[in-house]
Design a protein around this ligand. Structure first.
Ligand code: SER
Length: 316
C-alpha cells in the first residue's frame, strides 16, 4: 500500500504551511480539519471532520499505510482558558487517542510511525524565567499549558515503550514560542498580539495591546517554524531520550516592537491596556528559551536578530 502522511488541523497557521511543504516534497497526504479547505490541492485527500471522531480516526489507520503523523489540531491558550472542557477533549483526549492509534498501527505493522506534536512555551511556569532549558521548572498554571505538558509526557512514554519493542511510534516534539506569520493573523493565542500589531501598523494604524510594554516573550517566524518541523521529522532517528526541544529566533518586549513599528509607520497609534487574562499568562511564560539541545540533537540554529526578523515580517 502507498505510504501516506496524516495531518490534523491542516487549516491552521502551522498546519496549512506544513501541508504545502510536504506536498512540494512529493508526499502523499491525508489532511484532516474541522473546517473545510479554502483552496484544495488535487493530490491531497481531505477529511472534513472533528479530531474527536475516534471511530473515523481508527478507520483512517486501518485503511491506509500511515508512516508519519503531524498533529496540529488544538485550541490555543486564550480559547482553552475560555473553554477548559473542550480544551481537555481536543488538546488532551483526542491527542492521546491519536498517539494510541498511531502506536497500534506501528505495532500491528511492525514499524515505527514518526509522530510530530507541536508543544509550547506554555508548559513553563509558574514564574517567568530567562533562557529556559527543557528540564527547567515546568509547572504550568494554564489549562493549555497543562494540556501540552500531559501530551509531551504521554508521547515520550509511548515512545520509550515503542523503542523497547522496536515498533509503535517515534515521538518528536518542539516547544514553540510565539509564531509570527506575515500572511495570517491568528487569534486565540496569548502571543498573537505580535502578528496583530504588525498587521495593524501596516493597515488600520491603531492597536490596543493587551500586555504591558515591558512584557518580554520569545518568538519564531513561520518559515523557521516550518523548516524546524521538516528538519526534526526528516532525521532517521534522534539519539536522545529527550523528545521535546526548545526553539526560538528572537525575544523582545511589546515596547520594543511598538517603537520599531512607530518608526517604520509614523501614523501608527498604539495603546497599552493590560488585560489580566493575557498578562497573567504571559507573566508565567519564559522571556527566552535555551535552544542548545535542539542544536545538539538535530542541528537547529538561528542567525536572526530583532532587526532582521522584523524586516522579513514587514516586507511581505
Ligand atoms: N502561541 C501560543 C499561544 O499564545 C502558545 O503556544 O497560545
Amino acid at each position: 500500500m502507498k505510504e501516506k502522511i496524516l495531518i490534523t488541523g491542516f487549516n491552521g497557521e502551522i498546519g496549512s504551511k506544513t501541508l504545502k511543504e510536504l506536498v512540494k516534497r512529493g508526499k502523499s497526504v491525508i489532511a484532516m480539519d474541522i473546517s473545510d479547505a479554502k483552496v484544495k490541492i488535487d493530490s491531497v485527500s481531505y477529511i472534513n471532520d472533528s479530531i474527536l471522531n475516534f471511530e473515523l480516526i481508527t478507520q483512517i489507520f486501518e485503511n491506509n499505510n500511515i508512516t508519519e503523523v503531524y498533529h496540529f489540531a488544538a485550541l490555543l491558550s486564550q480559547t482553552a482558558y475560555r473553554n477548559p472542557e473542550l480544551a481537555h477533549d481536543i488538546n488532551e483526549k483526542a491527542s492521546r487517542n491519536l498517539i494510541d492509534c498511531a502506536y497500534l498501527h506501528g505495532a500491528n505493522n511492525h514499524k515505527l510511525i514518526k509522530f510530530f506534536f507541536p508543544s509550547s512555551i506554555a508548559v513553563y511556569g509558574p514564574r517567568k524565567i530567562d533562557n529556559a532549558s527543557e528540564q527547567d521548572i515546568i509547572q504550568p498554571t494554564t489549562v493549555y499549558g497543562n494540556n501540552k505538558l500531559i501530551i509531551e509526557q504521554y508521547g515520550s512514554k509511548v515512545h520509550e515503550k515503542s523503542m523497547s519493542e522496536n515498533k509503535g511510534i517515534d515521538f518528536r516534539s518542539i516547544r514553540f514560542p510565539g509564531v509570527v506569520s506575515y500572511d495570517t493573523i491568528p487569534s486565540g493565542g496569548t502571543t498573537d498580539y505580535v502578528p496583530q500589531m504588525i498587521d495593524s501598523a501596516k493597515n488600520t494604524k491603531k492597536f490596543d495591546c493587551k500586555l504591558s510594554p515591558e512584557t518580554i516573550l520569545p518568538f519564531i517566524g513561520i518559515n523557521k517554524t516550518i523548516s524546524s518541523i521538516i528538519d526534526i521529522m526528516d532525521l532517521e532517528s534522534i539519539n536522545s531520550k529527550l523528545r521535546v526541544f526548545n526553539v526560538q529566533e528572537v525575544s523582545f518586549s511589546a515596547k520594543k516592537l511598538s517603537d520599531f513599528l512607530i518608526e517604520k509607520f509614523p501614523s501608527f497609534e498604539i495603546t497599552f491596556k493590560e488585560d489580566k487574562n493575557f498578562q497573567s499568562v504571559a507573566d508565567t511564560w519564559p522571556s527566552s528559551l535555551n535552544c542548545d539541545k535542539a542544536n545538539k540533537y538535530w542541528n537547529f540554529n538561528s542567525e536572526k536578530n530583532f532587526e532582521s526578523f522584523m524586516k522579513d515580517m514587514i516586507s511581505k
